[in-house]
Write a protein that binds this ligand. Structure first.
Ligand SMILES: Cc1cc2nc3c(=O)[nH]c(=O)nc-3n(C[C@H](O)[C@H](O)[C@H](O)COP(=O)(O)OP(=O)(O)OC[C@H]3O[C@@H](n4cnc5c(N)ncnc54)[C@H](O)[C@@H]3O)c2cc1C
Length: 278
């Protein structure tokens, strides 16, 4: 979102062992550890100084073809590199995620996919055979089956239990290079035409919401400038919130809070998909 944040200490572990060591040490009494992957689904309070943040960019870089359409993918890989690797081996299935500025660990955590809650086209959970993770509570590396990952719309067991995702084994269907390229190019074209590139955003803000209510709050925002005019609703999609430059945490938060309040007033279900570091 191009907002925030300050960390007293930023750790960039270079191996899985370093990652496990540092996450164990920074895991606090509230059962929380701040892990940053692509940062594409995070809203970070820019008025708070976070003590320790761990960046996932280097610790888990492995990508291994296991045969028969199965791959082990480390959490630190960018999703574009994962798609290319799987395609180069003659397989595919989640090329539609090519536009996400995200890492594989964040993709698993959020169960990223295309389509809404009612009509999902696919989610990464459809491809997962098992996830390797470090269990901070039990202090041990575990392997979770797809069922144990409890994948649902933009959510997973990783939201509810302190795991550090190290990587996952995925199984993919065969795909010709032509088919994969066609999907990637179509998706890139769609992103170019519909997304406001270069501006801060986190994709869809609410995993459950009424589009009508979001539209009404967006009109309210045009008049009252809830986001100070720096953060507004997206031009083409009212479920997107965009930072036009200089936006602050409180600007984005006011818009999100207004949407939640409006849903509650109308007794409609709402769930913010964005992870907020208060
Ligand atoms: C332009 C744009 C388009 C988008 N389009 C889509 C879309 O089409 N579909 C979709 O589903 N999403 C979309 N998103 C949202 C976002 O890309 C996804 O939610 C993505 O999965 C987040 O991955 P990340 O690496 O950026 O994770 P981050 O934002 O860095 O982290 C998200 C959460 O995961 C946790 N986490 C990350 N890595 C680990 C790990 N290894 N172990 C434990 N916890 C971890 C973080 O602590 C945080 O709580 C879009 C975002 C943008 C900016």
């Amino acid at each position: 979102m191009k907002i925030g944040g300050y960390a007293e200490s930023l750790y960039i572990p270079e191996t899985e062992e370093e990652l496990i060591d540092i996450t164990s040490k920074t895991y606090d009494e509230h059962g929380r550890v701040l892990i940053l992957s692509g940062g594409s689904n995070l809203l970070i309070n820019d008025e708070h100084r976070f003590e320790e943040v761990i960046y996932m960019g280097s610790a888990c870089p492995e990508m291994i073809a296991l045969g028969d359409g199965c791959f082990y993918i480390g959490a630190s890989n960018r999703i574009q590199a994962v798609i290319s690797f799987v395609n180069d081996n003659g397989f595919g299935g989640f090329e539609g995620l090519v536009g996400l500025p995200a890492m594989f660990g964040g993709i698993i955590y959020m169960n990223a996919g295309l389509g809404g809650a009612q009509k999902p086209l696919f989610t990464i959970g459809d491809f997962v055979e098992r996830v390797r993770a470090y269990d901070l509570a039990k202090k041990t590396v575990v392997e979770l089956s797809r069922e144990e990952c409890e994948f649902s719309h933009r959510s997973s067991a990783f939201h509810r239990h302190p795991y550090v995702i190290l990587g996952a084994v995925i199984r993919c269907p065969e795909r010709t290079p032509e088919h994969s390229n066609e999907i990637k190019e179509a998706r890139k074209k769609y992103c170019r035409e519909n997304f406001e590139y270069g501006k801060g955003c986190f994709g869809t803000c609410f995993s459950r919401a009424s589009y009508k209510i979001l539209k009404i709050v967006s009109i309210h925002d045009k008049i009252w400038r809830l986001g100070g005019g720096r953060v507004t609703f997206g031009k083409n999609n009212k479920n997107w919130i965009v930072n036009h430059g200089g936006g602050r945490y409180k600007d984005a938060r006011r818009i999100i809070n207004a949407c939640i309040r409006a849903h509650k007033l109308c007794r409609k279900e709402v769930r913010c998909e964005v992870i907020i570091w208060e």
